[in-house]
Design a protein around this ligand. Structure first.
Ligand SMILES: Cc1ncc(COP(=O)(O)O)c(C=O)c1O
Length: 434
């Protein structure tokens, strides 16, 4: 029987995360202070989980996963399976090209975000914090953090981009079931939120604004700590569990990807699956290419400038060297809101600059990506998130190009999330222009 599902046993879950930083040719440009205002580095020291900040600056190639975090991962269903997409291959009439997909949708809250939410909550609890504060765009990160906080017996507060908050009441219910207090952002809870609401009471918000509010809110209370769901080095470190598992799974079937495809908003999903493979490429032990699938609503890696910029709209974070559209950029709303962020993670940006990351950006009307998601549902049977639909679109397009050229190739796609709470996106027209 040809295997369609490649699984690892719980005891085979990796024991270390992989940090690509020591392997980046030329190194990673360090963060910088802006010229005006308080020290943003000092502010981060105050606001973030201590262990995460240490990991942020780490140049160790391997970082131990605490036993307590491994237990949480296993409880949340890790290791997650790798699937061979035989039915999709048949629909596309592929003879030369094999497609596999990794199942990050099979998490308690429906996305890869749990991979970093759990260690962040674990370290925060160890450091005596009581409340986890964060922002969320699509809602996946907020839900993951609310879940992780609940697992560790902590409280959580989520600032949610207002346009999406209004659009996804079911996801809000899930966050609240986990015990989260959820605010539509801009909110009346912070000075920055109040300023924006005074200018425009119907302000739709953005991820950068929600980050700014979350950071301010953290300062306003005791034992609060801010958790970020993407972009930063420690988040990509935690997400490396995805690619590390996939490497072991490919060994079991004696196959190996020539191309790894993932969608990219802030970059933690792409980094999670790609960087462990990339590390072996950088060390000269593997040949493989990498493709980041974006939305034309926020084409940071494809069209942005490589320069120092803030990670949030109000400029509370240090300046990071990254591909950016500018921290005050406005982006049209899309269904795949998790991809609507102005910049790409410094690590992914540095590797893009060095020529290791290819990019594609699909039109903001989202017709092409939801068509691909529908084909995926009709063949493989799984309902995926709109963000993941970008990766599936890119995987299908690349497979068809390889097939047309008669090239024998193996493609790995990361399915970053399920679409059960985003099903409306399959039914109604996208708000973004084409
Ligand atoms: C399902 C899903 N996939 C992908 C992404 C993008 O993640 P990242 O910011 O890590 O690139 C998100 C972000 O919210 C998401 O919810």
């Amino acid at each position: 029987m040809a295997l369609e599902q490649i699984a690892l046993r719980p005891e085979e879950l990796p024991r270390k995360w992989y940090n690509v930083v020591p392997d980046i040719p030329g190194g990673l440009p360090p963060p910088k202070e802006p010229q005006d205002g308080e020290s943003r580095m000092a502010a981060l020291q105050r606001r973030l989980v201590g262990e995460c900040l240490r990991q942020e600056a780490s140049t160790d190639r391997w970082v131990d996963i605490p036993e307590g975090v491994r237990e949480l991962y296993i409880h949340a269903g890790r290791p997650r399976p790798l699937y061979r997409a035989r039915r999709l291959e048949e629909r596309l009439h592929l003879r030369k090209v094999r497609i596999y997909y990794k199942r990050e949708d099979l998490s308690p809250t429906g996305s890869h975000k749990v991979n970093t939410a759990l260690p962040q909550a674990y370290y925060a609890a160890k450091e005596g914090k009581q409340t986890l504060v964060t922002e969320t765009g699509a809602g996946q990160w907020g839900t993951a953090l609310a879940y992780a906080a609940r697992m560790m017996g902590l409280k959580s507060v989520v600032f949610w981009v207002r346009a999406v908050y209004d659009w996804k009441p079911e996801r809000r219910t899930l966050m609240e079931l986990y015990g989260a207090v959820v605010h539509a952002s801009p909110s009346g809870e912070t000075p920055f939120g109040r300023k924006l609401l005074a200018e425009n009471p119907a302000h739709p918000g953005s991820l950068g604004i929600a980050v700014s509010e979350g950071l301010e809110f953290t300062d306003l209370g005791k034992d609060r700590v801010y958790c970020l769901g993407s972009v930063l080095n420690h988040v990509l470190l935690h997400q490396s569990i995805v690619g590390l598992e996939a490497i072991e799974q490919f060994k079991l079937i004696d196959d190996s990807p020539d191309l790894v495809v993932a969608c990219l908003g802030g970059g933690s999903n792409f980094g999670g699956i790609a960087l462990p493979f990339m590390g072996e490429v950088l060390q000269g032990r593997r040949r493989c290419e990498f493709l980041a699938a974006q939305s034309a609503a926020a084409p940071s890696l494809s069209k942005g400038e490589y320069r120092y910029d803030h990670g949030d709209t109000a400029g509370h974070t240090p300046l990071m060297m990254m591909y950016t559209l500018g921290h005050e950029a406005t982006m049209v709303p899309i269904k795949a809101d998790g991809l609507r962020y102005h910049a790409a993670a410094p690590i992914v940006s540095a590797l893009r600059k060095q020529g290791y990351v290819g990019t594609v950006a699909y039109p903001a009307d989202e017709v092409a990506v939801f068509e691909a998601a529908k084909t995926f549902l009709e063949t493989e049977g799984w309902l995926i998130a709109g963000e993941s639909a970008h990766a599936v679109r890119a995987g299908i397009d690349e497979a068809l190009k390889f097939e047309a050229k008669g090239e024998e190739k193996c493609i790995l796609i990361n399915i970053s999330g399920h679409g059960f709470l985003d099903i409306d996106a399959y039914r109604t027209k996208s708000p973004g222009p084409g």
